[in-house]
Design a protein around this ligand. Structure first.
Ligand SMILES: NC(=O)c1ccc[n+]([C@@H]2O[C@H](COP(=O)([O-])OP(=O)(O)OC[C@H]3O[C@@H](n4cnc5c(N)ncnc54)[C@H](OP(=O)(O)O)[C@@H]3O)[C@@H](O)[C@H]2O)c1
Length: 247
């Protein structure tokens, strides 16, 4: 069934790939990110490829958490109501504990956790009024295992996963579905040389798996499913020395 989907962080990487995948499957889109010019180009590309796709764009910096709800509600209204919100905007940074990186750590938590929670709240408010909806939160496999130089990132994603789990339990009876997505390494600009990391997947492959998992109403989606579904139980057994090598 045709739906309307809002994606934060749609200007690049996984968000951009999700925009193409949802459009390919016949859905309408609301796209947000900080870089409006990039979103305008993306809209032109999407409309050329999928002329029937209705697309609204809006600039949104999730770090400005007071502006998240008003901007999203205006977008939801412009689209005539929304069925799914993908909470995707996020950053990564290599940070070292006790080496003066607190400001960078705080920034990672602001964007990935506080900005994401502000987005979930705006989406849930809209869905509670509509009596239905779906929230898709892009967390990370990094939520499951602490890694060197990634303390803030892992903490932000672990906290976001827990927030989504609570939201899922709270909103289920209100006909609002919450999916937590745990991507492995995905080739985007989020980190330099990410393609060299184990089992790095393309953003388009991952986007296809995310959309399928959310259509099936999964509570948790590990993407790409293979090999990470098999490896997940082994995470706690992986020696720290191996993570240090990767970092
Ligand atoms: N790539 C991976 O290996 C991987 C693995 C696990 C999880 N993830 C998660 O997947 C999500 C997308 O990451 P990605 O790999 O696609 O990264 P990316 O290519 O760097 O894209 C990040 C997107 O987030 C937006 N963004 C960043 N800060 C923002 C802010 N303050 N306000 C609004 N938008 C903001 C960026 O747009 P603007 O710059 O235009 O604002 C961009 O569209 C993130 O939550 C990330 O943690 C990625």
């Amino acid at each position: 069934m045709q739906q309307t989907v809002v994606i934060t962080g749609a200007s690049a990487g996984i968000g951009r790939a999700l925009a193409f995948e949802f459009a390919r499957r016949g859905h309408h889109l609301g796209l947000t990110a900080r870089r409006l010019a990039v979103l305008e180009t993306l809209r032109t590309e999407l409309q050329a490829a999928y002329p029937g796709c209705k697309i609204e764009i809006t600039p949104l910096d999730v770090d400005q958490d007071d502006s998240v709800a008003p901007a999203l509600h205006a977008l939801f209204d412009a689209l005539g109501g929304v069925d799914t919100v993908v909470v995707n905007a996020g950053i990564n940074d290599f940070t070292r504990v006790g080496r003066g990186d607190f400001a960078k750590e705080k920034q990672v938590l602001q964007t990935n956790l506080i900005g994401a929670i502000a987005t979930v709240n705006a989406a849930a408010e809209h869905f509670l009024a509509r009596g239905k909806g779906r929230i898709v939160g892009i967390s990370s496999l990094a939520s499951l295992k602490g890694m060197p130089k990634q303390a803030a990132y892992c903490a932000s994603k672990a906290a976001f996963s827990m927030y989504l789990e609570s939201a899922r339990a709270e909103l289920r009876r209100k006909n609002i579905q919450v999916t937590t997505v745990l991507p492995g390494f995905v080739v985007t600009d989020i980190m330099p040389d990410i393609a060299k990391y184990p089992f790095a997947a393309s953003a388009s492959d991952v986007a296809s798996e995310i959309v399928t998992a959310t259509e099936k109403g999964k509570a948790i989606a590990i993407v790409p499913a293979y090999p990470w579904k098999w490896l997940r139980p082994l995470f706690s057994l992986i020696p720290d020395a191996l993570w240090r090598k990767l970092a």
